[in-house]
Ligand binder design. Structure first.
Ligand code: CTP
Length: 404
């Protein structure tokens, strides 16, 4: 009974994923939570209040202007008489309303009035999820402290289209609820802001070509997820990757190193910076405006490079330097010595050094083996999965902030 005595206000908004809301109610109640449902008009097109009410063993609230409901609890009490407001599914429309503070129905009014933690499980068509308007709203809401679980990659129930937008499975949502409602000891980074960079950068040569590297983003994304898991608010600045956004973090997508730097600086102030991205050291000096053409008989064009800003170094020496700055060092020789030199040069508190010689399979793989170099010494961590390494690093971060 991990959720014994917990009161959850469950908002169902309109989408085919609302049918999973029924299973979610069952799972939450199995763990001891009580569930009070609020349904938007859209949600009622997919599942009936009768089914939702029967599973929740509760009255279902649907109408902002219902005299009986207002006399019963009223939307302000409804918004506060709970331990958590859970939105599943959260549609693009409801997210947009929340991001602008609209309150024209019971669900949006409750969300505007609540002082409780809010967890949202978005569900929508992949195009709607990737639309710049939804990206903006997601970022705004994350900044406002709204937590997210999902969406996941997969086939959409209604259109068969694949992509990111599918609602997280009920058990994943339950796990996110449990993590959020766990006591402060399970959330030692609550109230802290962490910026994490991840993935490669793409440096354009002309409009169709670019210089890239083999970083997959797995390690950076896992660290972002692990920090969020300990309660931190996380801004993940990611270069182009093919892996899914980690749950519960705000993602800013960039391509080039200069864009990554701008996004990182825009996200300051922060308590924690973990720079995991494999930032290209150089970019093409004069990017061609049009595609460079191959002409018979001509020698290949030279590629003049110029140095990219060093984001870790910039952050490590910034007037708004986060209290804890962690960098990575991808080395093929003298791993520890090079890592230590980087610590000094870049103004970091820790450098996580790993050997990326091709035979290690670390670059792009699922496992890693690192040496964590601090100001007062170093520690070798044995080979482990990137997720496990991320949790261990998040534990190290939590230790730094322990009791302060
Ligand atoms: N880094 C960065 N911005 C750059 C280059 C690197 O923020 N322009 C960060 C990486 O995210 C990583 C650390 O710096 O945390 C180390 O990157 P690495 O490429 O290993 O170091 P370099 O400074 O490029 O040194 P070298 O080329 O000598 O290995």
């Amino acid at each position: 009974m991990t959720l014994a005595g917990k009161r959850i206000l469950l908002i169902l908004s309109g989408g085919i994923a609302a049918y999973k809301g029924l299973d979610l109610i069952r799972r939450l109640r199995e763990r001891g939570a009580s569930v009070r449902p609020v349904m938007t008009a859209g949600a009622q097109q997919f599942v009936t209040p009768l089914a939702v009410g029967a599973l929740a063993a509760s009255h279902v609230y649907t109408d902002l202007f219902s005299r009986e409901d207002e006399q019963d609890v009223g939307h302000i009490r409804l918004a506060r008489d709970c331990d958590l407001v859970l939105i599943a599914p959260a549609t693009a429309d409801l997210m947009a309303k929340m991001a602008t503070g609209l309150a024209d129905d019971l669900a949006s009014a409750v969300l505007l009035a609540t002082d409780r933690p809010v967890l949202a499980a978005p569900a929508m068509n992949p195009r709607m999820w990737s639309n710049p308007a939804t990206r903006r709203n997601h970022l705004t809401l994350s900044g406002d402290g709204i937590r997210f679980v999902g969406p996941m990659r997969g086939e959409m129930a209604e259109s068969g289209e694949a992509g990111e937008g599918r609602m997280a499975e009920p058990m994943e949502i339950v796990a996110a609820v449990e993590a959020l409602l766990a006591g402060p000891s399970a959330r030692p980074l609550a109230g802290r802001h962490a910026i994490v960079t991840s993935g490669p950068t793409h440096e354009p040569i002309d409009p169709v070509r670019y210089i890239a590297n083999r970083s997959s983003g797995k390690q950076g994304h896992a660290i972002a997820a692990a920090l969020a898991g300990l309660g931190a608010r996380v801004t993940l600045v990611s270069g182009p990757v093919t892996i899914a956004d980690p749950p519960g973090v705000a993602v800013v997508r960039v391509e080039r190193a200069v864009e990554m730097r701008d996004a990182v600086l825009a996200a300051l102030p922060a308590d924690i910076a973990v720079m995991v991205a494999a930032v290209a050291d150089w970019r093409v000096a004069d990017m061609a405006g049009g595609k460079i053409k191959k002409r018979p008989g001509e020698t290949p064009p030279p590629l003049a490079l110029t140095e990219n800003p060093d984001i870790l170094k910039t952050v490590g020496h910034h007037p708004e330097r986060p209290r804890l700055v962690i960098g990575f060092a991808a080395e093929t020789d003298d791993v520890v010595a090079n890592g230590r030199a980087k610590l000094e040069r870049k103004g970091a508190d820790y450098i996580v050094a790993n050997d990326v010689s091709p035979e290690t399979g670390i670059m792009g793989g699922d496992r890693t083996e690192v040496t964590v170099i601090g100001r007062n010494g170093e520690e070798h961590w044995p080979a482990m999965g990137k997720d496990e390494m991320a949790r261990r690093l998040a534990g190290l971060v939590a230790g730094v902030f322990d009791g302060t």
